[in-house]
Design a binder for this molecule. Structure first.
Ligand code: GZL
Length: 370
């Protein structure tokens, strides 16, 4: 009994030694594994820190961007496309400044960009005039300036390298040609139209307003009133309400962007009138944003001339040409369509060119990103 138990005791001691040995081996393995992970991470970190500090990392291209503001769905889309194009992953450091629709804020932003010695200054000027001095400062600092969306009116066009944007007068011409087609097709005896303008002095406002005035002369429309809605829903609501009090017989409203159209529609309904097919008043608009086309699809907006907000791609093309020191183009027009609440597409001719008027569909609304 004694020897058995001794043998058992020996086996037990042997087994427990074996178990202890296995545990120690396991622990050493875990410690080793953790150390390897820690070293790997630290090394990676060092590499990152080293790279951040080292000369070998490629320098990001710095862009000072002054945006008009955030006054409309279109502006929001325009800003998104710029931010999507100029990311650190794509080699850019984008300094984005929102001017809240004030030229003074844009001029201050451009001066900050000059002090920061950015590689490029890109901006959408809230209005056309008042840029000569600050653009001369940018030129003296040797910083290329790329203008997008609206234009600058300067004595020396050498103050900026290129402009990218829409032909706003053509946008207006297309919208008015479609309106005339609608008037003739529906045998409407009289067009009593009011114009809710964009920000006065902005290139988009100048072009769209001039197109309406020329069309009213050409087609014999009664242009009853014109006032700026500042491209915002709130201001357009106010202006439309006032116009409805002044004029009993309005049957068309020419809004110079979608957000003005949304405000005008609310004002028309609050005044007890209707919009859309068979309604009292038909709406013409610009931008063709997702919400604008949705409202067209549900009958609130008759015509919506697109204003393409995707400028980032073209700005990058201009930068590439500047880098290659062979700028071929001073003005870059972006492609854009016209949409209408009509049963099927048709074509119009303007200035010897053919344009397709797109009948609004659910797919078109769904495909709209912003
Ligand atoms: C057009 C742009 C206008 C848009 C408005 O390029 O300047 O400004 O039509 C925006 O939505 O406020």
């Amino acid at each position: 009994l004694h020897s058995t138990s001794r043998r058992q005791r020996q086996m037990c001691i042997r087994d427990s030694k074996y178990v202890m040995k296995r545990i120690m081996t396991g622990l050493v393995g875990i410690v080793l594994l953790i150390s390897i992970i820690v070293i790997a991470v630290t090394a990676e970190g060092d590499k990152r820190i080293e790279n951040d500090g080292s000369e070998s990392q490629e320098k990001l291209v710095t862009i000072g961007f002054s945006q008009v503001g955030a006054e409309s769905d279109w502006r929001t889309a325009n800003s998104i496309y710029i931010k999507q194009t100029f990311t650190p992953e794509r080699g850019y450091d984008l300094l984005f400044e929102d001017a809240k629709q004030k030229q003074s804020n844009q001029i201050m932003a451009i001066r900050r960009f000059i002090q920061q010695e950015v590689d490029y200054i890109v901006f959408s000027p809230v209005v056309e005039s008042g840029w000569d001095t600050v653009l001369e400062e940018a030129k003296r600092a040797g910083i290329p300036v790329i203008v997008i969306d609206r234009k600058v009116s300067v004595r020396d066009t050498g103050l900026y390298t290129a402009w990218i944007g829409s032909n706003f007068y053509l946008e207006g011409q297309k919208a008015c040609k479609v309106l005339n087609h609608y008037v003739e097709e529906n045998q409407i005896p009289e067009v009593n139209i009011v114009n809710i303008q964009g920000t006065l002095g902005a290139t988009s406002q100048i072009g769209r307003t001039n197109a309406l005035e020329d069309a009213a002369d050409k087609y014999g429309w009664n242009l009853l009133a014109q006032e700026s809605g500042e491209y915002t829903e709130a201001k357009a609501y106010e202006v439309m309400t006032k116009m409805l009090k002044e004029y009993e017989d309005i049957n068309f409203v020419y809004c110079e962007n979608d957000n003005e159209a949304f405000g005008a529609i609310d004002a028309i309904r609050d005044a007890g009138k209707t919009v859309g097919p068979g309604g009292d008043i038909q709406i013409i608009s610009f931008d063709a944003t997702q919400e604008g086309l949705r409202r067209m699809r549900n009958g609130e907006i008759l015509i919506d001339a697109e204003c393409n907000p995707e400028h980032g791609y073209y700005v990058e093309k201009v930068m590439e040409q500047i880098e290659d020191k062979e700028l071929l183009q001073k003005e870059w027009n972006v492609p854009e369509e016209v949409f209408a609440n009509i049963p099927e597409n048709y074509e119009i001719m303007l200035g010897g060119k053919r344009y397709t008027i797109q009948a609004i569909t659910e797919d078109i609304v769904k495909q709209r990103e912003y």
